[in-house]
Design a protein around this ligand. Structure first.
Ligand code: ZN
Length: 82
């Protein structure tokens, strides 16, 4: 009778170990994507050709600029807008 219980315990142990092993194999390693860095669209300053993230660029009349200073400078050089 004791041998039977021991055998059942062993089987249960192997099943549990196998379950843990399978879980480990199926579950990919925790790779947390950087939540606060969405893919940044880079835009080119029409004035100095520097690439700036879309969120940091200044846009005016369909043109993209790295700064308000370059926006002003570009429109000073191109009063007609092209
Ligand atoms: Zn610029």
């Amino acid at each position: 009778m004791m041998a039977l219980i021991l055998r059942l315990l062993l089987i249960a142990l192997f099943v549990w170990l196998g379950y843990k092993l399978v879980r480990k194999l199926i579950t990919p390693p925790a790779q947390l994507p950087p939540a606060d860095t969405p893919p940044q669209v880079m835009q080119r300053c029409a004035y100095c050709d520097v690439h700036v993230p879309a969120g940091e660029s200044t846009q005016s009349r369909g043109k993209v600029f790295c700064s308000e200073a370059h926006r002003d400078a570009w429109f000073r050089d191109h009063p007609s807008g092209d």
